[in-house]
Design a protein around this ligand. Sequence first.
Ligand SMILES: [Zn+2]
Ligand SMILES: [Zn+2]
Length: 116
Amino acid sequence: MPGSTTGKKLDLSKLTDEEAQHVWEVVQRDFDLRKKEEHRLGDLKTKLEREDTKKELLGNQTSLTESHCIRCLQPFKFLLNNKRQCLDCQLYVCKSCSRYNKKEDGWVCDACHVAR
Ligand SMILES: [Zn+2]
Ligand SMILES: [Zn+2]
C-alpha cells in the first residue's frame, strides 16, 4: 500500500492524552476505511487501463508476443513456462498470468478475467 497519510490536521493539544489518542484512532480508522475503498475501486480501473496500453503497445509485435507473456513479459520456456492463448484477447500468456476456464475449455488471461 503506497504512502502514509498525513490526513487532516487536528488540534489535539487541548485534549488529555487519552482523549487525544481516542480521537486520533477514530479519525485514523475512518480515513483508512475510505482509503481502502478508494484504492479498491481505483486500482481496478487503473489496472485495466494499464493492461490496455500494454496490449496496444505490444499487441502487434508478433515475434515478441509469441515468445513472451504479454502480461508479465517473461519469456516462454518449453515445459517450464508454456504459453497459452487467451480466449478473449487471443494473446499469449504464461501459466501464472492466466486461468483455466472449465466451461470453455480454454485459458483466459488475468486482465480479461478481470474485465469479464
Ligand atoms: Zn505471465
Ligand atoms: Zn486476454
